[in-house]
Ligand binder design. Sequence first.
Ligand code: FES
Ligand code: FES
Length: 175
Amino acid sequence: MQLTVNTQAHALDDQRVPPDMPLLWVLRDELGLTGTKYGCGVAACGACTVQVDGQAVRSCVTPVGAVQGKAVKTIEGLAGTGLHPLQQAWVTHQVPQCGYCQSGMLMAAEALLRQKPQPTDADIDAAITNLCRCGTYPRVRAAIHAAAAALAPAIKPGAKALVKTALADQDRSAA
Ligand code: FES
Ligand code: FES
C-alpha cells in the first residue's frame, strides 16, 4: 500500500499493515511520526487529529486503506521553513500546558483557518471539538485569532479587535 504523508510517499508492507489498520497506528508505529497522539481511540478526544486532503480527521478511527491516494498531513508537516503562524501564536500565547492535546488542536485549527480565514469564537468552538484536560480553550481561541490576523494583514484592524476580545476573555477566565 502507498501512503503520502507530509508530501512524502511511503510504501507500506502489506503483511504488516492491513487496510483496516487505524491510520494513527501506521503514522506512529510504522512511520515513526509520534507527534500525533493516542487519547481515547473512539473519536471522542481529538488528540489524534491529522488532515486528509485538508480536512481534519480523527486518525484513530480512520482505516489506512481509506486514505490511499490522498494527502495526509500531520503535525510534523505543519511548519514550513519557519514556524507556521499558528505555531508562533501558540508560543506567544503560551497555549500548551501538559501539551498532550496540542498537536491535534493545531491540526484542527489549521484546517479551520483554511475554510474560514477569520473565524469567530463560535466558529472556533463549533469546528474544534478537541478536548483539553488542562482547559486551554481560551488561549486556543486567542492564538487562532492572532494567527488569523498574521495570515491576513489586509484585514488586520478587524482581526485585531477579535484578538483583543479573545485576550480579554482569557484574562477574565484566568482571574
Ligand atoms: S484518540 Fe482519536 S479521538 Fe481520541
Ligand atoms: S494542554 Fe494538557 S490536555 Fe491540553
